[in-house]
Design a protein around this ligand. Structure first.
Ligand code: AMP
Ligand code: MG
Length: 350
């Protein structure tokens, strides 16, 4: 059985929050909204509960989890040491979509960090996430609440599509805000390194810290299998819809022309072709099944619509999805990281 609790994010009903928190404390799995995507939570200090996360997601056990807290001070329980630059970032960006890698304390079990000496910690800003973690009064390990390899969930419906009757509780708190997962920053090295681009952009981090590097796996330009070193989870193909996704990158004009060409060729082969387009260019493709993911002039709308649109294509049984790329700058880097990891094929234009 999965208990679905509908909770108003503006005014969380504390009785419902209490029920969900009880399940967390007793070793259960509770999916909940955060400001990035929905998370699949378990008590981060309970080995058996954390192991169940890996089992139900079918997630390889060498892919570590992010631990979520509701008070800034709790970082000191999870981390052996909090470097000065981490303190500065915590002051500025928490609560919010920034995950920090820190040297882990004895308290955190090895399953949670996949045996690594570092622990990934974040304090979410979503009121339901905050209320739940506070009430549970334990740190909450929570990867995205999707089956491994599928697009991350941005609504409770997506979570139920993947986990109905496999987890104890799903909190339905409506659609999430950002739509892509948190920025992951390694602050155990100097200069700090972005391992996963997200809503807090590289530019924002550089404004505070000066030098910040971006790991090649964060750009997702190198073949996934080669990217094992720092972020073990990143070597797997992610976010992929059932159809074959072909990503076309380049200037908008060239991208549109190439997608039209590809569409004709695939259709000649008898394939069902869907196009993931932007608002500015969607009118160019004629009769095809076109879905608008968001606006080029506001890339945050594309981040928000990305996973939802990929999941919608799955319901239409397409053979091929042709996706427009965007400029990999600002939040665009987070979008392109997800699309490149989801893509079976990549076409680069001028
Ligand atoms: P998910 O929450 O499913 O989006 O995945 C969490 C992400 O954080 C994965 O990409 C992990 O590789 C990354 N991560 C978590 N803990 C660590 C760690 N200790 N070192 C490196 N990456 C980590
Ligand atoms: Mg994930």
């Amino acid at each position: 059985m999965t208990l679905v609790l509908k909770i108003d994010p503006e005014k969380p009903d504390l009785n419902d929050v209490w029920v969900a928190a009880r399940f967390l404390r007793e070793g259960g799995l509770v999916a909940f909204p955060t400001e990035t995507v929905y998370g699949l939570g378990a008590n981060a200090l309970d080995e058996a509960a954390v192991l169940r996360i890996f089992q139900v997601k079918n997630r390889p056990t060498d892919n570590p989890l992010i631990v979520h807290i509701a008070n800034k001070d709790d970082v000191n329980v999870l981390a052996e040491r909090v470097p000065d630059i981490a303190e500065r970032l915590i002051d500025i960006f928490w609560p919010g979509p920034l995950t920090l890698l820190l040297p882990k304390s004895e308290l955190v079990p090895a399953v949670t960090t996949a045996g690594l000496a570092t622990v990934a910690v974040r304090m979410p800003s979503h009121p339901i996430a905050q209320a739940l973690i506070k009430e549970a009064d334990v740190p909450v390990a929570a990867p995205s609440a999707n089956l491994a390899g599928k697009p991350s969930p941005t609504s409770a419906k997506h979570v139920l599509d993947d986990f109905f009757n496999k987890i104890e509780v799903v909190i339905d708190g409506g659609e999430v805000g950002y739509g892509v997962e948190s920025t992951v920053l390694d602050v155990t090295v100097d200069p700090p390194v972005v391992l996963r681009p997200g809503p807090i952009t590289v530019g924002e981090l550089r404004q505070i810290l000066g030098r910040v590097e971006v790991h090649p796996i964060a750009k997702a330009e190198m073949p996934a299998e080669a990217a094992i070193a720092k972020a073990p989870g990143m070597k797997y193909r992610h976010y992929a819809p059932k159809a074959e996704l072909v990503l076309v990158e380049g200037s908008p004009r060239n991208v549109v022309d190439k997608i039209k060409e590809l569409k004709e060729s695939y259709e000649q082969l008898g394939k069902r072709v869907g196009i993931m387009a932007t608002a500015e260019t969607a009118g160019e493709y004629g009769s095809a099944l076109v879905k608008v993911v968001g606006e080029r002039k506001n890339l945050r709308t594309i981040a928000k619509g990305l996973f939802k649109t990929l999941r919608e294509f799955d319901l239409e049984n397409m053979d091929v999805i042709l996706a427009e790329g965007v400029e990999p700058e600002g939040i665009g880097l987070a979008i392109m990281n997800r699309l490149r990891k989801a893509a079976a094929g990549l076409v680069k234009m001028e």
